[in-house]
Each structure stands twice: as C-alpha cells, then as structure tokens.
Ligand binder design. Structure first.
Ligand SMILES: [Zn+2]
Length: 86
C-alpha cells in the first residue's frame, strides 16, 4: 500500500469544492479537516481505487479505520469505527 499525505487529497478537494456542496457529513469532515474522523491522523494508506473512489485506511496503528472516498461527493465508512485506545 502507498502511504500518502491527506494534504494531497485536500488540494484536489479544493479544486472541486466550489462546484459541489458536500451532502455527506463524512465527506465534509475530510474536506474541512483533512484528517481521520476517528483519531485525527493526517496519514492514510491508499488502497485500491476504482472510478472516482479510493479506499483509504488510517495509518494510525491504533485506529486503522477504513473509508471509501469519492470526494467531494461522498465518503463511506468501510466496516465499523475502531475504538480508540488513549
Ligand atoms: Zn484514524
């Protein structure tokens, strides 16, 4: 898997946000905060992608939440939120 900075994602999102309004709260979170909604990590592993969507996995070893991102239109959680150990 390729590790990527979600900053890159935000750049892409910035190009599109003037054209589309996020209707999805998860997508909105990624667009506004640019980090994992569960733990705040800004590093993600990029997984397989198809079409406009990309699967990402949080790089925080204690989190590991997975999302299917098709920003800025949609963001779906894959599986359930991981409980955080703090
Ligand atoms: Zn996370």
């Amino acid at each position: 898997m390729i590790k990527f900075k979600i900053e890159l994602l935000k750049e892409w999102v910035a190009k599109w946000r003037s054209r589309y309004n996020p209707t999805d709260t998860l997508a909105e979170h990624f667009m506004k905060k640019g980090c994992c909604p569960d733990c705040g990590s800004e590093e993600m592993y990029e997984g397989p992608s198809g079409g406009m969507c990309t699967n990402v996995t949080c790089a925080n070893p204690e989190c590991g939440s997975k999302f299917n991102l098709g920003l800025p239109i949609m963001a779906d959680r894959i599986g359930k939120p991981m409980p955080l150990k703090k």
